[in-house]
Design a protein around this ligand. Sequence first.
Ligand SMILES: Cc1ncc(COP(=O)(O)O)c(C=O)c1O
Length: 362
Amino acid sequence: MKKVYNFSPGPSVLPKEVMLKAKKEFNNFNNSGFSILEISHRDKSFIKIIRNSEKIIRELLLVPDNYSIIFCHGGARGQFSAIPMNLFHSKEKVDYIISGYWSKLAAQEAKKYCLVNEIDIREFTDKEMKLKSMEMWKLTKDSKYVHYCPNETIDGVAIHPTPSCFYKKIFIADYSSSILSHPINIKSFGVIYAGFQKNIGPSGTTLVIIKNDLLENVNYFTPSILNYSLQNKNQSMYNTPTTFSIYLAEMVLKWIKKKGGLKRINIVNQNKSKILYETIDKNNCYINKISQKNRSIMNIVFHMQSSFMENLFLKEARKNGLFFLEGHRKKGGIRASIYNAMPISGVKKLSRFMKKFAIQNY
Ligand SMILES: Cc1ncc(COP(=O)(O)O)c(C=O)c1O
């Protein structure tokens, strides 16, 4: 098979070992003669998978006992609606921190259900773009909840520290593109959620980790399929769960454990991003104006002086086996998504390619 590297922002590259194992047992799961795709979610072999996936998530993220883990439908965008539907009340003030594309969309959706106060924390100068640090966020005095996105997949910006309990607010975070890439202090949050399709597995499922006391006051009108309390009581099997995506996720979770867990994965991720940011900063043809402290570890976004050069870069990259480096359709530019499953060899190859391209074209 051709050696290629996949920098797709999501769905994205999965660990090679996982793909090979899935291939091997595709039509003969556990020597049963059946595929996992063909069996009931009530069968004990699938129940073992879903429970074990929860168990490994608990271990990796050190999820405290007073938090529940739920696998939901409807992607991360489904959570943009599920969060306010379950938890907020129509006259309630809720703070939404805006740091990029996805946090803005989450705020827009929440406006259908409650009084949203958008707090834009981006600061632009000619030289750089930075985010106001957490202590400077002007939260609404009587708001109970604060929603934010620690890693903006499209913009390539990140809010690195986790909130401190000093705020006395319930923090909710969209961790879709940075979950399981580093340890998280779960206790700082009321809810965190993440679509599977970057660091957990294939698309189709969304992970929700929620503090149990929030399950007690879920709005009665929340559609059953999005109702956290109901889903939790039914152990994520109120209706048919996304069995194949959970099956693959269990393998990815075991792979993360085998790699040494989140502290170890974080070191590797930091090193990978450092290689690319150094390449960008040392070559004038690549432009990234995001301040050092807000640069994403997962999505490295940069521009070049013209769209002509960017298109040439993408074309040449593909010829060199480096795929899906296009920036988001609304933002343009280049984006290298380097989630957990991207090997360091892929990052080094991209860096070498970038250096060569800069010499040849500038
Ligand atoms: C941070 C973030 N939030 C939300 C979404 C939307 O996810 P979905 O397509 O699963 O609804 C994405 C998708 O890439 C994302 O990166």
